[in-house]
Write a protein that binds this ligand. Structure first.
Ligand code: SF4
Length: 739
């Protein structure tokens, strides 16, 4: 007789409620939970991978230790003891900062790993902390820190009530929402249009979201900030600025108007590829809409001007009165309020630039250094060089720009330790791989992602299965190393540290979660008889709890009670944008952008047979005009070259990508020797990050510029069948070619 287990899917930000039918330790079926207040029964095909990863014969089920080019199984205590001793020895020889930590994107979907990872970083005492944030959403957090006073105050587009949804460099139909918890986004967009609203997509590619939108505009990679400034110029010049109640607590509206005046549509039209008249119309429509939600994501962040673009999207919302308004952008009120809790426990707004990378002097944000610097900090000789690396649920060889350089650098470390489910393209370089329990073997609560949902909800998921023999919950692994580091260090703090570990062991992440819930906005505050929230109450609600639609929260939410609309670092960065606009434009080159398919989730799920089924998705998209100019045909095998590397992939000729732009999906590049991902190896594709460039980045935030890499494309042919000279490559970061 099978049973039903209810839980939230932890694979993406949508957090869909699942009803998992299981029998005798095996998953029978995974369906959507119709009673989940956020997802209302929706789930996507990726949820099936929860079962496939759980059952995957390639998943590690024992700690591994390197022996030359081979691996041996090792007991947990022996592994953790040896790792801690070797980490301490590296720090004794080279200094604390010689040990780096890299947290991969899955860490944010595992609250135990978030807690354990923070503890481990504290015990290491290293400033060499990196994460996937700086190849992703860092510019968005950076802007929130400057405008609203805290990096965790992230405005959410109110897609369920908006009348005009502007989507810049985002593809929620494929991602199911990012920095936007909106499961079933296709259904929500259809509802938006049914009630008379409009969806406008601005993207160099006709994405899956563009396909269901009312309007799509191609834009040259890296020029979104110019478009947004021109829209602001129109709104101010035509007297359409109506910040409403926001004006009472917003500084800098006049200064913003002065800045925007420098960027009329006619000035940016050639660079963006959008006609001045179209920019004017878009600006007027947005300003006239009863409620509008400007939203940008990966394409808006992972480019040369990620900070400026993120800022100007919010500025559009402020100027038109759409920030903190129903149907515009709103701030969620999560049950565990990390922003408020952080303030209570002395963890406040992120620092900016307290630390600098050794080689290029790139600034830290929130205690983390830009991940684009990881390889150079390992392979550049000299004092302060990184000598050991600990990765947590990360695959930076495939996810960081110029992954080839990182791949070469990793082999030169004195010690590498990986906490991971697999021996993947990165962890194959490790001296130890420590297998964490899989999602179904751990309890789950989305600690960070409830900050981003379109409704205020909470959902706790107990483990479905006990961890397989030989694996451990991620928090226990990380805390195990941290406790040994503390014990191994001489000097003050040893006694206190011992108590800390005993307390953590006793409480576990669930105990800390209970604390967060009870002190949160819906919490019982530990008052006897209170009907407020606690973990016990949440456990009794297997479908989760609904705390209602988002509502205006400003200015009370702001640390200073005011919005600083034109912070100095952003104002200064406009000089860089001006310089890019004024620079001579190179003609004829191609700019590379990424893309994502509904069945892909970075590189995480590429060992799932179900998700990898179907045709080869790792193709290079190219516009027919560009293909004709190069005498290339659909299906040709092509070589794509950049300053940093070259890959070979099949060509897909399509009018769905802008002329002058080509697109490759990210997360591929499998089949490398030493990895054990046998399904992925049968569908290896090529890594876009063998082409991307650490020299192309957002100088304001340090974030990677994954979109806009200059590339050349040629047919892969026999030597006697060459088609002429290769195209010249522009250096990374040169401005886009005109249309
Ligand atoms: S949309 Fe995201 S959370 Fe929902 S089922 Fe798919 S992967 Fe899971």
């Amino acid at each position: 007789m099978s049973a039903i287990h209810h839980r939230a899917c932890n694979l993406c930000e949508a957090m869909c409620g699942l009803a998992i039918e299981h029998h005798e330790g095996r998953v029978v079926a995974i369906r959507g939970d119709a009673q989940d207040p956020l997802s209302r029964g929706f789930l996507c095909v990726k949820a099936q991978a929860l079962q496939e990863v759980y059952e995957d014969p390639d998943r590690l089920r024992h700690p591994l230790r390197r022996r030359g080019s081979d691996w041996e199984e090792v007991g947990w205590e022996e592994a953790l003891d040896e790792i801690a001793a070797r980490l301490l020895a590296v720090q004794a020889r080279h200094g604390r900062d010689a040990v780096a930590v890299y947290m991969g994107n899955p860490t944010v979907h595992d609250y135990g790993a978030m807690i354990g990872g923070s503890l481990l970083e504290a015990s290491l005492g290293t400033a060499s902390r990196f994460s996937a944030s700086s190849v992703d959403q860092l510019p968005r957090m950076f802007v929130s820190r400057l405008l609203y006073g805290h990096q965790g105050l992230l405005p959410v587009p109110d897609v369920d009530r908006t009348a005009w949804f502007l989507v810049v460099g985002a593809n929620p139909v494929a991602s199911n929402g990012s920095l936007l918890g909106a499961p079933g986004i296709s259904r929500r967009l259809a509802e938006l249009r049914r009630r008379g609203g409009k969806v406008v997509v601005v993207d160099p590619r006709r994405t899956e979201t563009a396909a269901v939108a009312d309007e799509h505009r191609f834009i040259r990679p890296g020029t979104d900030a110019l478009l947004l400034l021109a829209m602001l110029q129109v709104i101010f010049a035509e007297g359409r600025s109506r910040p409403g109640r926001l004006a009472a607590f917003t500084d800098g509206l006049d200064e913003l108007a002065g800045i925007a005046a420098r960027f009329p549509p006619e000035r940016v039209s050639a660079a963006t590829g959008i006609a001045a008249g179209e920019i004017r119309r878009l600006a007027c429509e947005l300003a006239a809409a009863p409620a509008a939600a400007p939203y940008g994501r990966v394409g808006a962040c992972t480019q040369r001007f990620g900070g400026l673009t993120s800022w100007l999207l919010d500025a559009l919302a402020v100027v038109t009165g759409n920030l903190d308004r129903e149907g515009g952008l709103l701030f969620a009120r999560p049950a565990v309020d990390l922003v408020a809790l952080g303030s209570r426990f002395g963890i406040g707004p992120a620092e900016i630039g307290r630390h600098r990378t050794r080689v290029r002097g790139l600034p830290s944000f929130g205690g983390q250094l830009p991940a684009i610097a990881l390889a150079e900090e390992i392979d550049t000789p000299g004092r302060g060089r990184l000598r050991a690396l600990l990765t947590i649920a990360g695959n930076p060889v495939l996810s960081l720009p110029d992954g080839g350089r990182l791949e070469r650098a990793l082999g030169g470390l004195e010690l590498m330790v990986a906490v991971d489910l697999y021996r993947n393209e990165t962890t194959r370089f490790a001296d130890f791989i420590l297998p964490a329990a899989q999602a179904l073997e751990q309890d789950h609560y989305d600690l960070a992602l409830h900050l981003l949902t379109v409704r205020n909800t909470a959902r706790y998921s107990p483990p479905l299965f006990a961890p397989s023999a030989g694996v451990r919950p991620s928090w226990r692994i990380l805390a195990g190393i941290a406790a040994r580091l503390d014990r191994g260090r001489r000097g003050p703090g040893r006694l206190g540290a011992g108590l800390k570990w005993r307390l953590l062991e006793r409480l576990g992440p669930a105990g800390l979660l209970d604390l967060g819930l009870r002190l949160g906005p819906y919490g019982d505050r530990f008052l006897p008889g209170s009907r407020g929230l606690s973990l016990a109450r949440l456990r009794r609600a297997p479908h989760g709890l609904d705390f209602g639609a988002l509502a205006p929260r400003l200015p009370a939410l702001l640390a200073t009670q005011r919005i600083e609309l034109v912070p100095e670092p952003l104002r200064r960065d406009l000089d860089r944008l001006e310089a890019a606009l004024a620079a001579p434009l190179a003609a004829g080159g191609l700019q590379l952008i990424g893309r994502r398919h509904l069945r892909d989730n970075n590189s995480w799920l590429h060992n799932s047979p179900r998700l990898l089924s179907g045709g080869d998705r790792c193709t290079l998209l190219m516009h027919p005009d560009d293909a004709a100019a190069r005498r290339l045909r659909h299906g040709d095998r092509v070589r794509v070259r950049s300053r940093t590397g070259a890959v070979e992939v099949p060509l897909a000729v399509s009018p769905g990508v802008m002329p002058g732009v080509v697109s490759l999906p990210h997360g591929y590049g499998h089949g490398r020797p030493g990895a054990r991902l046998r399904v992925a190896a049968r569908h290896p594709g090529a890594s876009i990050n063998d082409l991307t460039d650490t020299e192309l980045f957002d100088e304001l935030t340090g974030n990677a510029g994954l979109n806009g890499t200059a590339v050349a494309v040629e047919a892969v042919r026999a030597p006697d069948d060459a088609r002429g000279p290769e195209e010249p490559l522009r250096p990374a970061g040169t401005p886009p070619a005109p249309g």
